[in-house]
Design a protein around this ligand. Structure first.
Ligand SMILES: [Zn+2]
Length: 237
């Protein structure tokens, strides 16, 4: 190829590259302006770029409480706990994936739990059909990472309460929660929490008609933990 043609091609390629870069900058600017791209998403995406392609910077496991095992609580009208938990778990996963987090939604006794090591494990359950209101979050009793577990619990409590408007239901955490089976099956280094997202009785409208709000509360709690957001402990612990 003659030299001048080569030079023209080179100039043309440089211009094309510049045009692409400008276009990219405009697209990013518009998305940032419209709130679709936040600093958090950009930093997470950049984090993914420096990890291996296809690998997420953070990996989270969400358990759809009772799925694949039993129904959980069953109300007089036939509404089952698992029917409440599953859509919420799927919406939590969807919200986290939008933020660049890798997510698996697991069954209650999912074989994947054995030796699982992720950045956070959160199990989603709902309370009984009684006419009470409120949610609760706990981590495992026996843990080698108490500070991380406490931070995950605190993030979930703070964000969930703020987004759903539900209060913490005091002093009704059960041994089922502290001694939750999944905490024993994952590796010691996996921070874990179980959340009872509300009572199917008193909080039914929120849990069934506004599952997206419920899921946002859980997802923002998980993101708060992953992003090491500083959350001060509330008086109720
Ligand atoms: Zn349950």
């Amino acid at each position: 190829m003659p030299l001048d043609r080569l030079q023209r091609l080179q100039t043309w390629l440089v211009r094309l590259l510049l045009a692409i870069l400008i276009l990219l900058a405009v697209v990013v600017a518009v998305n940032v302006h419209q709130g679709r791209l936040t600093r958090r998403i950009i930093s997470r995406r950049l984090g993914q770029l420096v990890t291996l392609p296809g690998l997420h910077r953070y990996q989270v496991a969400v358990i759809a409480g009772h799925r694949g095992f039993d129904s959980g609580a069953v109300c007089d009208d036939g509404l089952m706990e698992v029917m409440v938990n599953e859509p919420v778990a799927e919406l939590v996963a969807e919200a986290l994936r939008k933020e660049g987090v890798g997510v698996d939604v697991l069954d209650e006794y999912d074989p994947m739990l054995d030796g699982l090591e992720v950045d956070a494990l959160v199990s989603i359950h709902a309370d009984s059909c009684v006419d009470l209101s409120g949610f609760k979050v706990t981590s495992g009793e026996e843990t080698v990472i108490p500070e991380q577990d406490a931070q995950l619990v605190q993030c979930l409590k703070t964000k969930y309460a703020a987004i759903t408007g539900l209060p913490v239901h005091p002093n009704t955490e059960t041994s089922d929660m502290y001694g939750y089976h999944a905490f024993q099956r994952v590796t010691d280094n996996t921070p874990g929490a179980i959340i009872e997202i509300g009572f199917i009785g008193g909080d039914r409208a929120l849990l069934t008609e506004h599952a997206d709000v419920v899921a946002q509360g859980v997802a923002q709690g998980i993101l708060c933990f992953l992003d090491r957001e500083k959350i001060e402990p509330t008086p109720d612990g």
